[in-house]
Design a protein around this ligand. Structure first.
Ligand code: GAL
Length: 386
């Protein structure tokens, strides 16, 4: 599982605006896609396409592994290098897994633990910008940044590049215009992450694969759902919202959005919002889509409190594959989730940082794959996580 399956590509970036509310949920967003050059970047992926993507990604992984080995041999002095890591918010389950793996992998690669500093942006861009200034003043050799606001990328890039420090963005993808500047200026700046369209598609497929007969409890011929979104600043939220529903309509289902609310990736907010929707729309709610697992855990609490039972009179999907959620998938209390591979993303981010330090350099956009998690493979996923 720790094997990286990373594909290198040019740019798969996008601009998008998002407002919560059913009318905006899937039809009114604008998406600008740059041309892609790698099969692994096509999104959304079906399982067949995912196979092709995996092969392409495997080839890229081998190349990346070879490059990393060469790099490691060429530079044994990582122990003396200082790494600054900015996380948008420590109180985020997924980013906690990510940063824990990142620190571990950096140490495994030869960095001294005392030279790795990871700071909490407390979900405040001003706080994070101050932390970046401090890292620059401190003369770190490389920065790994999970922005609070993706829209701050150009300001952050400008000051980090001016200081001559290579920069790896993670988790919150800067837009296409920003990424174009890195390419046009040949700056040592890149983004490492997954294509959230794939995760949304997988969520929709998990539901669609159940078949209308099993889902349509109220018999109106439609899939009636509520959507609980993450932070609208994050493209992951926008794409998961759009592509989960698109997978259903592409498969020929009629859908009906009962409610679409912003839960900011947070379990407590997710629980509150789902409780409200359930009391308002009652048994008409057939499916609860959550943009991440933390909110799905909150949703599960509210589903139980409302006397509903997942798999019997309602369905629930998340994204991330938190251990607790994968356990619920096994027991049937959550319909499914999508593995957001924090291990491959963290390791690839560290590899990218190393490639800058050794002069090997990187492509400007480095992508990872998601994996669907259902009762069929949940135990395997759980085994790989523990
Ligand atoms: C997403 C993840 C969420 C949350 C978010 C933070 O990729 O699924 O759980 O961690 O990143 O930006």
């Amino acid at each position: 599982m720790k094997r990286k399956f990373v594909s290198l590509l040019l740019v798969a970036a996008m601009g998008m605006s998002l407002l919560a509310g059913c009318s905006n949920s899937s039809t009114e967003q604008t998406t600008t896609e740059s041309p892609k050059t790698d099969a692994a970047t096509e999104a959304p992926k079906t399982d067949d396409a995912a196979d092709t993507a995996t092969e392409a990604a495997d080839t890229a992984t081998e190349a990346a592994d070879a490059a990393t080995d060469a790099v490691g041999a060429a530079d044994a002095d990582l122990a003396g290098k200082k790494v600054g890591v900015c996380i948008y918010q420590f109180a985020d389950n997924f980013m906690t897994l990510f940063r824990t793996e990142l620190q571990k992998y950096l140490v495994d690669q030869g960095f001294a633990e005392s030279n790795i500093t990871i700071v909490d942006g407390a979900n405040d861009q001003a706080t994070q910008s101050g932390q970046i200034d401090n890292f620059i003043a401190d003369g770190v050799d490389v920065l790994i940044i999970n922005l609070v606001n993706s829209s701050s990328a150009s300001t952050v890039t400008d000051k980090v590049v001016a200081a001559g420090i290579p920069l790896v963005y993670i988790n919150r993808e800067p837009d296409a215009d920003e990424q174009k500047r890195w390419t046009d200026n040949n700056w040592d700046v890149c983004y490492v992450g997954c294509d959230a369209r794939q995760s949304g598609t997988y969520q929709g497929e998990i539901i669609g694969d159940l078949g209308l007969e099993k889902i349509d409890f109220n018999g109106n011929g439609k899939i009636d759902y509520i959507m609980i979104e993450g932070d609208p600043e994050n493209i992951d939220a926008a794409y998961r919202t759009e592509y989960s529903v698109k997978a259903l309509t592409d498969a020929g289902f009629e859908v009906n959005c009962l409610d679409d609310q912003v839960g900011m990736w947070d379990q407590v907010k997710g629980a509150e919002l789902v409780a409200n929707s359930l009391s308002r729309y009652g048994n008409d709610v057939e499916v609860v889509f959550c943009n991440n697992d933390a909110m799905a855990l909150g949703a599960l609490q509210s589903i139980r409190s409302a006397g509903r039972t997942v798999g019997k009179d309602i369905y629930l999907v998340g994204v991330d594959a938190l251990v607790e959620v994968v356990q619920y998938v096994i027991s049937g209390e959550i319909t499914g989730t999508v593995f957001n591979n924090h291990i491959s993303q963290a390791d690839s981010s560290a590899d990218a940082a190393i490639n800058y330090l050794t002069g090997a350099g990187n492509e400007h956009n480095i992508q990872c794959d998601y994996n669907k998690v259902t009762t069929e493979n949940a135990q395997d996923i759980l085994d790989s996580l523990q």
